[in-house]
Design a protein around this ligand. Structure first.
Ligand SMILES: [Fe+2]
Length: 322
């Protein structure tokens, strides 16, 4: 039995144990722990392309508590982990673009680690406005990619791709910021590797979505950010969270900036100027960003859950045009 198959089986058993045995999520995950940290060595590229899986806005709460009294965010993240663990081929790495926990408490990060532990590939985290920078740093300092102090910015070198994670959090605020300090750091990283295809990952998107209550807690410094990126054409994509929906737009010239669905609840698709702040229980999801060796990226949105199919495209035993 291969490692991927073992991990899939553990994740499926975990979910079944939670659902049918009424065990607490933490009890079950502790029993099934596979490794003391989330750090994993990157496998060499085998397929001629690199798959970056993006998951976001888990809003993990402990003790079975539900976000806004409705959403069992911890169990929903466990289901997303089960789904990612079953992918074939497996992603090369997983990037989580913020709002990892609902209120930034140490015990929430402990539970987050346990839920993510079955993933067999490297996992990289960054903070959102619901997180606490220092508590996150402490909880995952052993994974080795967070700086010892300051903003939680870092660079991941992947075959065929360079990933730059930016910390957009403003402590105590719903909105985010890319200040001069963070943009100076970004410019130094981009100047150091002009020939490497680069993606930037961060929580707050640098564009207005048209969803008014989310735009009200958007990103300060987006124009200055675009000006920096305009000087570095190796930047191809900007991956974000925060909006709890799959949204994409052009940004800073030829760059595509996008957000991914949450593994928990989705922000209502309401483009009225006075639309209220509200969420819906549309299917939770994730994205797979597939990079080739030339630095081109194609993005797919997948949904967490069990759905009918797959069915073959054939009628009466005869292959049919699609
Ligand atoms: Fe969120």
């Amino acid at each position: 039995m291969g490692l991927v198959q073992i991990v899939c089986n553990v994740a499926i058993v975990t979910l079944l144990q939670v659902v049918f045995n009424q065990l607490s999520l933490k009890e079950v995950l502790r029993e099934n722990a596979l490794s003391p940290t989330l750090w994993r060595p990157l496998a060499p590229p085998l397929r001629g392309h690199m798959i970056l899986a993006q998951i976001t806005d888990f809003h993990v709460k402990t003790g079975g508590r539900r976000a806004y009294g409705v959403v069992d965010t911890a169990t929903r993240l466990a289901a997303a982990v089960t789904c990612l663990s079953a992918l074939d081929p497996q992603p090369d790495l997983v990037v989580a673009t913020g709002d990892l926990t609902d209120s930034g408490q140490p015990e929430e990060y402990d539970l987050l680690r346990e839920i993510l532990r079955p993933l067999a590939v490297p996992v990289y985290l960054m903070p959102g406005n619901h997180d606490d920078r220092e508590t996150l740093r402490q909880a995952f300092r052993g994974d080795g990619y967070f700086p010892a102090n300051g903003f939680l910015n870092y660079v991941v070198e992947v075959p065929d791709l360079r990933l730059v994670a930016l910390d957009t959090v403003v402590t105590g605020e719903g909105g985010g910021m890319l200040c001069a300090t963070r943009l100076d750091w970004l410019e130094r990283q981009l100047r150091a590797a002009p020939d490497r295809a680069t993606a930037i990952a961060m929580h707050h998107p640098p564009f207005r979505s048209g969803i008014a209550h989310m735009d009200a807690i958007g990103l300060d410094g987006a124009d200055a950010f675009a000006a920096v990126l305009g000087r570095y054409p190796q930047v191809k994509r900007v991956f974000c969270g925060h909006l709890h929906r799959a949204i994409q737009t052009g940004f800073g010239g030829d760059i595509v900036a996008s957000t991914a669905p949450s593994t928990a609840h989705q922000v209502s698709l309401d483009l009225r100027a006075d639309g209220p702040a509200a969420f819906v229980m549309e299917p939770p999801g994730y994205q797979l960003h597939v990079w080739d060796a030339r630095g081109a990226c194609v993005s797919h949105t997948g949904f967490v859950g069990t759905y009918d199919g797959p069915y073959p495209f054939r009628e009466g035993g005869t292959a049919n045009a699609r």
